[in-house]
Write a protein that binds this ligand. Structure first.
Ligand code: MEV
Length: 345
């Protein structure tokens, strides 16, 4: 019996959150927390999820459901409003998994089932760490390999992006790209294809002195937060998006020059602009405020509305102390780890 085990890392945005949706660049790092999938042969789809929920459904049911969700996506795309898709995806706790798996089976022309056992170091209830993107990558890779299809990372990423669209409406694709390729990625949404530049030659050293802090459960999903920013008047949103884009270019130069004074200043400017876009929260402001007050840099990561905050200080112990005194726990993680891979069983 064939058994496949694969994994992919989560991600954190150094810069470019939200603005990346509008074609500005982002710098995104994979993190040392991974999502795992074990795939075994089965006539149906059986999902055992150690973190959230488990369920069973038929192959045909999954394919039909993914087609329905794709139709809702097209409708949302025409209206520039994905609320109906988001509503449908929330209707049942298995909806996202069913739509995602159905999409993979349909794209790869697979008509057999799979038993999928999922586990993750990335807490799915904490936003900003790419849990859905890592999931999309691992199930695509696991189902393909179970069916003896060796897909390139490019193809896995393309399918995972389609899955992310069903979950988030109009995401940039930066999350799935980073979870797929790993490392430190310069990502820019572009037509006909996105610009993806691994930064390992330009920035060959390991990023240290960063910690993550959980600012709490998000009340809104990534898709809803992206929609919130889209609904802002153009004249208000555009200058802030442009400023975030400039910060990404400057951050790239600063990282290359190992100029961490500029890196932290840019993180603080980014946080200010993200806050003005309405995606910060009281807790995020509290955490970023205390790190800033002791001379560090801090910003929300990902969609915001809660979730992870990325913090930097050249005196990491001092920063950790200040965060702990505020009642939060600094989370250490490696940045720029390996992307999707097949695991030994
Ligand atoms: C979500 O992790 C990051 C956002 O920029 C959305 C996206 O890139 O699709 C908010």
């Amino acid at each position: 019996m064939t058994v496949i085990k694969v994994s992919a890392p989560g991600k954190i945005h150094l810069i470019g959150d939200h603005s990346v949706v509008y074609g500005e660049p982002a710098i995104i790092a994979s993190i040392g927390l991974r999502c795992y999938a074990i795939a075994e042969e089965s006539d149906r789809i059986i999902v055992n999820d150690r973190q959230i929920n488990s369920g069973k459904f038929g192959v045909k049911e999954a394919i039909e459901f993914s087609t329905e969700m794709e139709n809702l996506w097209s409708y949302g795309s025409q209206k520039n409003d994905f609320s109906e898709l988001f509503q449908a995806m929330k209707s049942d706790s298995m909806s996202f998994k069913k739509a995602a798996i159905g999409k993979i089976l349909k794209t790869l022309k697979i008509d057999s089932g799979a038993k999928l056992t999922l586990s993750s170091d990335i807490p799915s209830h904490v936003g900003g760490m790419g849990s859905s993107a890592a999931f999309a990558i691992v199930i695509t890779k696991a189902i393909a390999e179970l069916n003896a299809k060796r897909l390139s990372l490019e193809k896995i990423n393309e399918i995972a992006y389609g899955i992310e669209k069903l979950q988030h409406g109009n995401p940039s694709g930066g999350d799935n790209t980073t979870c797929c390729y790993g490392g430190l990625i310069w990502f820019k949404k572009a037509s006909p294809s996105n610009i993806i530049i691994p930064l390992k030659n330009e920035i060959p050293y390991t990023l240290e002195d960063f910690v993550m802090v959980n600012a709490g459960k998000r009340a809104k999903t990534t898709g809803e937060l992206v929609q919130h920013v889209r609904n802002l008047p153009d004249g208000y949103r555009s200058p802030r998006i442009k400023k975030l884009g400039e910060c990404a270019w400057e951050m790239r130069s600063a990282l290359k020059a190992r100029d961490f004074k500029s890196v932290k200043d840019l993180m603080n400017i980014a946080q200010q602009n993200l806050s003005e876009l309405g995606v910060s929260t009281k807790k995020i402001d509290e955490i970023t405020g205390v790190v800033r007050s002791i001379g560090g840099g801090a910003k929300l990561s990902g969609a915001g509305g809660g979730g992870m905050v990325l913090c930097y200080h050249d005196d990491k112990a001092k920063m950790a102390k200040a965060i702990k005194e505020l009642g939060y726990t600094p989370i250490e993680t490696r940045l720029g780890v390996e992307g999707a891979r097949t695991e030994e069983r």
